[in-house]
Design a protein around this ligand. Structure first.
Ligand code: NAD
Ligand code: DAU
Length: 332
């Protein structure tokens, strides 16, 4: 049994990870989360209180971080400002949390010699052409497009520097687009599912030809646990489940699974600088660490996710109107 600190554990992927850890290990977990608009303590409801403790606080608060690092063996760092559209409207919080926050954690990891795993994104590699036969690998050069992805790229480089210069015992993973329960309604899939549940037509940016490489959040969690247990210090691992789909196909599938005509959606203004395609080659993680995804049927995973949003309206409803008003103000 070990003591884990999970930053951002009340967010989408962090809370899925905490549920996964409680179900599959005997670790005890401290969640450090600022509970921004994206964090929700309700995402941790039902977990055993003797194994999960939520501390509300900022990863950039050095004394708090120092105290928490003195209580744990390992840290998994999910906390971030995570939404591209928000980073285009107001980049500042992305710098504060993704850059200064990660720096603060790295200094504590250095002081306490704690095992540190940094969660990052495939967006640090920029985008691919639709017909490019190559996918992202661990050696693809960094080329981020948005304020969000550039701050994530910066945070990855900080981790690498703290490994090399100070011997911090860290690993990094860069994952593709996640779907599943507890995802904020600002994001593509929950926005369209909850639109349909509210009788609003789904909204597709631009032509809808943009491709994302979907992975279930629980598969992301099992990959992170594998890296924490078996990863080589200083290494980066790409996480993906061969789930490439264009946005139009995803909207059409949500409509079909909801028994609605598959053309019952609107095209809206495109995202400025919109990345065209992401695609992950996760060979290193699979061959070196023996990881494999469990959710291989996207349609079944999406149907279960639709069902989760249908059954958990009280979880998402408080955020829905504000999110739609924000998008409407931008013609989206
Ligand atoms: P999210 O926005 O749902 O959750 C982020 C969490 O971090 C929230 O609970 C929020 O309250 C917390 N947080 C924000 N600023 C904080 C601060 N200063 N101090 C403490 N807590 C703070 O994000 P997510 O989609 O769950 O993403 C989690 C991580 O995974 C991020 O690092 C993101 O870059 C990465 N990632 C996400 C995806 C994806 O598809 N969503 C894919 C790959 C990587
Ligand atoms: O690739 C990993 C990244 O995936 C993570 O690093 C980010 O934290 C996460 O938010 C996600 O970024 P995207 O920008 O790909 O996700 P988003 O859900 O915002 O959009 C997915 C795609 O859907 C993208 O091509 C934009 C499009 N879109 C989005 C919304 C909200 C629409 O067409 N309509 C919409 O209403």
């Amino acid at each position: 049994m070990s003591q884990l600190l999970v930053t951002g554990g009340a967010g989408f992927i962090g809370s899925n990870f905490v549920h996964h850890v409680i179900a599959n290990t005997d670790h005890e977990v401290i969640v450090l989360d600022k509970l921004t608009y994206a964090g929700n303590a309700a995402s941790l409801a039902g977990l055993p209180e003797h194994r999960v403790r939520l501390v509300q606080g900022d990863i950039a608060d050095a004394p708090l971080v120092d105290d928490l690092f003195s209580q744990v063996d390992s840290v998994v760092h999910y906390a971030a400002e995570s939404h591209n559209d928000n980073s285009l409207s107001d980049p500042r919080p992305f710098l504060d949390t993704n850059i200064v926050g990660t720096y603060t954690l790295l200094e504590a990891a250095r002081a306490h010699d704690v095992r540190f795993h940094h969660i990052s994104t495939d967006e640090v590699y920029g985008d691919l052409e639709l017909d490019d036969p190559e996918r992202f690998t661990e050696s693809t050069p960094y080329n981020p497009s948005s304020p969000y992805s550039s701050t994530k790229a910066g945070s990855d480089l900080l981790v690498r520097a703290w490994v090399r210069s100070f011997g911090v015992r860290a690993t990094i993973s860069n994952c593709s687009n996640n779907y599943g329960p507890y995802q904020h309604v600002e994001k593509f899939i929950p926005r369209q599912i909850t639109n349909v549940l509210r009788g609003i037509r789904p909204k597709l940016y631009g032509t809808g030809e943009n491709v994302r490489d979907w992975i279930h959040a629980d598969d992301h969690s099992s990959a992170v646990l594998t890296i924490l247990e078996k990863g080589t210090l200083g290494e980066t691992y790409l996480i993906g489940a061969d789930g490439e789909k264009d946005n139009k196909a995803v909207v059409e599938l949500i409509l079909r699974l909801s028994d609605l005509p598959t053309d019952a959606y609107d095209h809206v203004s495109d995202r400025p600088g919109h990345d065209l395609r992401y695609a992950i080659d996760s060979t290193k993680l699979r061959t070196e660490l023996g990881w494999a995804p469990r959710y291989r049927d996207f349609e079944a995973g999406l149907a279960a996710t639709i069902e989760w949003y249908r059954e958990n309206e009280s979880w998402w409803a408080p955020a829905k109107d504000g999110v739609e008003a924000f998008y409407a103000s931008k013609g989206q």
